[in-house]
Design a protein around this ligand. Structure first.
Ligand SMILES: [Zn+2]
Ligand SMILES: [Zn+2]
Length: 292
């Protein structure tokens, strides 16, 4: 594990100004090059092959190197290794982003702050995109589970207690960090009786898959913050609410003023249950997690 107190980052240099590769490959690839270099210890040759698809080796890693240089990610350390390569090897993407954000606040004169801001934006986009893409897949699995549970008519027994987070190396390959079990979400929705937990009266539609009012599962304390709770899983009933599609989108996409009102309501309804599950958090901290 990284010692957070003694964690220091190398200085970012000025941009090389050469944006040809950045433009050529587009934001998604650029974001992946930076991510894999910082968090997965990949060198520019590997990145050209694995991320940019230059399989013949003819580019000798120059494409990725030029992308990294453009963001000031250059220079070698005492061991002649690329200075930034793998600096966040042992931590989650969200944790790495927080290190970079602290750097902006604490030492704004240190290194090239504009590059730092751009890198943070790229990494955040990565989380958002993956969360969004995974979400639709996950929600499909939840629907499937709901359909099964309804057919089996098993009794629902929900106990709020501390659970160990389900972590596996495979899951670290995903930017959001931890896996979510669709069965738990399906049970949370069953418990909510297919009603939006912001307001039971919210209108939705009948689901094709499970023939009940369609609602979606949402984790109040987002899964990307699991690393803050090493002993208590965030993927528990207490932390999952059923929402109508409009409220769910609102929480993820609305301006702070609108999403905060809903978050406060949901949080107040779950505060004691969250405590029972070892998830100690106050409203202020929760709202900060959602801020742009
Ligand atoms: Zn959500
Ligand atoms: Zn709603």
């Amino acid at each position: 594990m990284t010692d957070l107190l003694n964690f220091s980052l190398p200085l970012l240099k000025d941009s090389s100004g050469r944006d040809r590769e950045v433009k050529q490959f587009g934001l998604k690839k650029v974001e992946e090059v930076i991510y894999q270099h910082l968090f997965f210890d990949k060198d520019h040759r590997e990145l050209d092959k694995e991320v940019l698809g230059k399989i013949d080796g003819s580019t000798k890693g120059r494409m990725s190197a030029n992308i990294l240089y453009y963001y000031g990610i250059k220079g070698k350390n005492a061991n002649n290794k690329a200075m930034f390569r793998g600096i966040f090897k042992d931590i989650s993407l969200q944790e790495g982003i927080e290190h970079l954000e602290k750097l902006i606040v604490q030492e704004s004169s240190r290194g090239d702050i504009e590059n730092l801001k751009k890198i943070i934006t790229h990494l955040k986009n990565g989380i958002d995109r993956e969360e969004f893409e995974n979400d639709s897949l996950y929600l499909d699995e939840v629907d499937e589970d709901l359909n099964q549970s309804l057919n089996e008519e098993t009794d629902l027994l929900i106990v709020d207690e501390v659970k160990t987070p389900a972590y596996s190396d495979k899951i670290r390959e995903r930017k959001c960090g931890y896996g979510r079990n669709p069965k738990i979400a399906a049970e949370a929705i069953l418990e909510a009786k297919f009603k939006c937990e912001v307001d039971e009266a919210h209108d939705t539609f009948i689901s094709k898959k499970y023939k009940k009012p369609y609602v979606e599962a949402h984790h109040i304390v987002p899964m990307k913050y699991q690393y803050k709770y090493p002993n208590a899983s965030l993927d528990v009933h207490a932390n999952i609410v059923a929402l109508c599609p409009n409220c769910h989108r609102l929480i993820h996409h609305a301006i702070d003023l609108e999403s905060e009102a809903i978050l406060e309501l949901l949080f107040n309804g779950r505060a004691s249950k969250l405590t029972n599950c070892g998830i100690d958090i106050d409203l202020e901290t929760l709202l900060l997690m959602y801020k742009g």
